[in-house]
Design a protein around this ligand. Structure first.
Ligand code: HEM
Length: 543
């Protein structure tokens, strides 16, 4: 909420007043009266919105506020810093709930208070939907009515339909697919080394991981082979590359599209790319759903062929009328899984590999755990044995669990979530009027000493064995919490662990000294990714 006075009505009233002055005054003509009145009204309006209202009238004025003039606010600091990092500092200085400004006195809140987070995410989540602008931005890639963008009762119904397919039992049954694709990626790396007659090579690992996770979500999530590992130029992969292109033109147009969809009719390359990409993703999604519906009976008879969307389609056939999902919703669900389910995990694994490369002691300890629990991975013959792989359970490795959690805490691939209140509410004892824009910054909360102690900014997997008394589950915001938290969390965790086991049992990782440290080049592109990818020196382990 920035102000309760609208600019257009103010101009209207001012214009009428100027017309009256022009008509009845003998010393001022109408044109001059109009010019003076509009100038005075504009300056007054800007002053009101950017100074009087936020500082003296706003119901949010009692909330600790980051110092700065509301006219330009903290926008420059925000756009020139890593996403979430300014909020880390603000929360440490001014408290767990802070107010700051976007330009023209536009108020924003950042919430890190334990009880307020619980209230937003668990007790009253449907009062905190995604703002319309954020929804519009994500729609082309994620579909309009899938679970990520659905709100209120529609979301409750969809989430209920999805929950069984994402249960731990269901994800466990998908483990062989995770192994198959991850081991295949390791094989392709090995083959490249053999072809180049080398034992050591630099790989841009993020690009490879993106292909692996796309293939995994294709087979495990949607029961379809995307094969981007073997065919990097496959149209679906290309579609995602187009959607997530963030060159200058794309950034400007996508930013403007959040305010008005009219920019989407401009004959720009970004707009053409989005249309082409959306059509590719949509038609693939539609084909998958139709195939699932045709096969629904067969899937029921053969539970071993489970995939997430297959289970959803099957359950949908016997769901009660009010719980039934339409074809369009299911098609959007496919788009959502493809969009939400591959780049996030790929980026998280890539950051983890970078952390392991920078912390050789952690890498060595983790490899030893994998060797002791899964010796078959270090034996070239047994590595391919499907029966052994079927039994391998990555959840039984405690240090692997700690390394993954720590990496997900240290660099959350979704660094922030934005919400806008529908109705008046209270957070942390403060009155929050309807229409307030509220941020939950995972990349700030995950690093706050008030929860994690003095080592909050250090990558240290051992912290998970010895958490400070100040720790709470809400201090780890990487997957959000509550009914709007990540439904794919278990999927992502098992997938990450499987990929790490497959790679660490075959290769040693070191930083690539010929490139700038990717950690210094983090950029928010829906996910928190390294500007130039993550290049690592990969060396084959001695057999
Ligand atoms: C490390 C990997 C992942 C991270 C860090 C992550 C993080 C998140 C976060 C923060 C949200 C909440 C977004 C918001 O409402 O603003 C979310 C939602 C969601 N995620 Fe994930 N995610 C990951 C992997 C996955 C995977 C693998 C899938 C699917 C297979 C998935 C499917 C979804 C879906 C469907 C939602 C929407 C849930 C809802 O609104 O009810 N995610 N994820």
């Amino acid at each position: 909420m920035s102000s309760s006075v609208g600019f257009v009505p103010l101009m209207g009233v001012t214009g009428i007043a100027a017309l009256l002055v022009g008509k009845y005054s003998e010393s001022i003509d109408t044109a001059t009266a109009l010019q003076v009145a509009l100038l005075v009204a504009t300056v007054s309006y800007v002053l009101y919105c950017s100074w009087i209202y936020p500082l003296y009238l706003s119901p949010l004025r009692h909330i600790p506020t980051v110092p700065g003039f509301p006219l330009w606010g903290h926008f420059y600091t925000i756009i020139t810093s890593e996403c979430g990092v300014p909020a880390r500092e603000w929360h440490q200085k001014y408290g767990p709930i802070v107010r700051y400004f976007f330009p023209f006195g536009s108020e924003r809140l950042s919430i890190a208070d334990d009880d307020a987070i619980k209230h937003m995410t668990v007790r009253n989540p449907y009062n905190y939907p995604k703002p319309e602008r954020a929804r519009k931005w994500m729609m082309p890639v994620l579909g309009e009515v899938g679970v990520l963008l659905a709100e209120g009762q529609a979301h409750v119904t969809q989430r209920k339909a999805l929950t069984p397919a994402f249960s731990i039992t269901s994800i466990r049954s998908l483990m062989p697919i995770f192994w198959n694709k991850s081991l295949h990626m390791a094989e392709l790396w090995e083959q490249e080394m053999v072809d180049e007659k080398t034992e050591s090579k630099s790989f841009e690992v993020l690009e490879w991981l993106n292909r692996t996770t796309l293939d995994i979500i294709g087979r495990a999530g949607l029961g379809t082979d995307i094969d981007s590992l073997d065919n990097p130029e496959t149209p679906l992969r290309d579609a995602y590359r187009r959607c997530f292109s963030f060159d200058l033109e794309a950034r400007i147009l996508n930013g403007l599209a959040a305010f008005t969809q009219l920019v989407r009719i401009l004959p720009a390359r970004t707009n053409r790319d989005i249309v082409v990409a959306r059509n590719i993703i949509l038609s693939r999604a539609e084909a998958i759903i139709k195939e699932k519906q045709a096969n629904a009976g067969t899937v029921q008879k053969k539970p071993a062929q489970k995939d997430i969307i297959g289970l959803i389609v099957r359950d949908n056939m016997t769901a009660s009328k009010e719980d039934t999902l339409t074809i369009e919703t299911m098609r959007n669900q496919v788009m959502t899984f493809l969009g939400a389910g591959h780049d996030t995990t790929a980026t998280s694994v890539a950051w983890t590999l970078l952390m392991l490369a920078k912390h050789p002691d952690v890498q060595a300890k983790l490899r030893e755990e994998i060797r002791s629990q899964m010796p078959f991975l270090f034996d070239p013959d047994a590595r391919q044995d499907s029966e052994t792989i079927e039994k391998a359970d990555v959840d039984l490795l405690p240090y692997l669990e700690d390394v993954c959690k720590e990496s997900l805490r240290y660099i959350p691939s979704i660094p922030m979530t934005v919400r806008r209140t529908i109705a008046d509410d209270h957070l942390g004892g403060y009155f929050i009027p309807a229409g307030t824009v509220v941020y939950l910054m995972a990349n700030a909360i995950n690093h706050l000493p008030m929860y994690w102690g003095d080592t909050a900014n250090k990558f240290d997997p051992s912290r998970w064995k010895n958490l400070p008394p100040t720790y709470t589950t809400n201090a780890f915001m990487t997957f959000l919490q509550g009914p709007r938290g990540c439904v794919g969390r278990k999927f992502a965790e098992v997938e990450m662990k499987t990929i790490l086991c497959s790679l660490l049992s075959k290769f040693h990782f070191e930083p690539d000294m010929s490139v700038q440290d990717p950690e210094e080049l983090k950029m928010w592109r829906l996910v928190l990714r390294p500007r130039d990818g993550i290049s690592l020196k990969v060396t084959k382990l001695k057999e």
